[in-house]
Design a protein around this ligand. Structure first.
Ligand code: EPU
Length: 285
């Protein structure tokens, strides 16, 4: 389908953590049909499949990835189209671009996306959110490649989703979605966009990371908890707990996945021992 493929592609080039060994096969389809064709081919040869978009919530191990990594982030996957009060968005569109397209169309509700690094696919896959909104608040329907390699579509009501967890798309691959907005004056949208941008700039680190490392437990924010436990600045090798936000682990330059995972385990152990809180990773390994 007009795409490209490479062997042994280093994943540190494709993750915001700048960490990760090589993927055996790296495939960049350019069209939905090309994507489906690749899935059917790989399935028929029992090659394991992973899909990576912006790689912003991901820790790839140092040994890399066995099998194929599909990267649907170019060509028609980047499209954002306005249709009335909805946006029809390709899986590879950046959240930032969705926020600005909605703004230009006078549609509110997407402002939170301004402060989140990632593509639509990743946001749906994990029901990402910020500033009190999550992706599924705005989903109308999702198009995906089903386990048989055929393209299907489901409305919101038929898609199981939870806080930072969407089991539906583990073996089904999102290709696009319809998202709903609310008409709003552009200056009102601009104020919220600025707040979103400001929030990220002032309360989150700029260094290489995968966003929040842990899900917020029910009792309190993970960042606040890690901060209270005095763990900011704690490090294993080049992996360090951010001084700005306790729930961010930053790669201060050449950190390995092993170092990140060891730091994660230390934090989990201390939170369990000191507070009886079980911290669950939000970043996908
Ligand atoms: N806080 C501290 N110390 C810290 C971090 C936070 O005291 O080191 C306090 C803050 O001052 C604030 C409270 O904890 O009073 C909550 O912090 P924040 O507003 O940053 O929100 P959060 O619950 O820590 C969540 C999301 C973020 C998202 C922000 C902003 C999760 C796990 N995290 O963080 O999402 O950007 O809200 O809306 O749900 C991500 O998912 O990767 C992510 C970064």
């Amino acid at each position: 389908g007009g795409g490209t493929a490479r062997l042994y592609e280093p994943m540190n080039r494709h993750t915001t953590f700048l960490i990760g060994g090589p993927a055996q096969y790296w495939v960049e389809p350019r069209s939905v049909e090309g994507f489906a064709e690749v899935v059917r081919y790989l399935r028929s040869h029992t090659v394991p499949i992973r899909v990576i978009g912006r790689g912003s919530n991901l820790l790839v191990r140092d040994g890399g990835i066995r099998g194929a990594v599909i990267h649907p982030a170019k060509g028609e996957f980047e499209d954002v189209r306005v249709e009335g009060e909805t946006l029809v968005v390709g899986v590879g569109a950046r959240l930032k671009k969705i926020a600005s397209s909605a703004r230009n169309a006078g549609l509110g509700g997407f402002e939170w996306m301004e402060g989140v690094p990632g593509n639509l696919g990743g946001a749906i896959r994990m029901n990402a959110g910020a500033m009190g909104t999550e992706t599924f608040d705005q989903i109308v329907s999702i198009r995906f490649i089903d386990t048989d390699g055929q393209i299907q579509e489901k409305p919101l009501a038929e898609i199981e989703h939870h806080y930072r967890n969407v089991p539906e798309f583990e073996e089904r691959y999102i290709v696009s979605a319809v998202l709903k907005g609310t008409p709003a004056p552009q200056d009102e949208i601009d104020i919220k966009l600025a707040a979103s941008h400001q929030k990220r700039r002032t309360s989150q680190p700029v260094g290489a990371s995968a966003g929040c490392a842990f899900k917020n437990p029910e009792v309190c924010g993970a960042g606040k908890l890690i901060d209270e436990l005095g763990l900011k600045g704690r490090s294993v090798g080049k992996a360090i707990v951010s001084d700005i936000h306790g729930n961010f682990i930053v790669n201060s330059g050449g950190a390995t996945a092993r170092e990140v995972l060891d730091l994660v385990a230390e934090i989990q152990e201390i939170a369990q021992r000191e507070r009886g809180v079980q911290l669950e990773m939000e970043v996908k390994v």
